[in-house]
Design a protein around this ligand. Sequence first.
Ligand code: SF4
Length: 64
Amino acid sequence: MKVIIDTARCNGHGECVIEAPDVFDLPDDSDVAVVREESPDDTRRAEVERAAAMCPVTAILIEG
Ligand code: SF4
């Protein structure tokens, strides 16, 4: 699985960080989330899918 954030869409409210803090991060001085782990293993699939579902602007893409 590969996780990508569309930074043009992200509005930085951080729902993804709440759902999957090992995979997403919102740096203190930023209003755009970043991917901490671009290729998380399948044990994290459920939380990554939850994060994508919670993202209010559908900025999280999951490939594979
Ligand atoms: S949930 Fe979506 S909009 Fe919010 S910080 Fe994460 S990627 Fe950005």
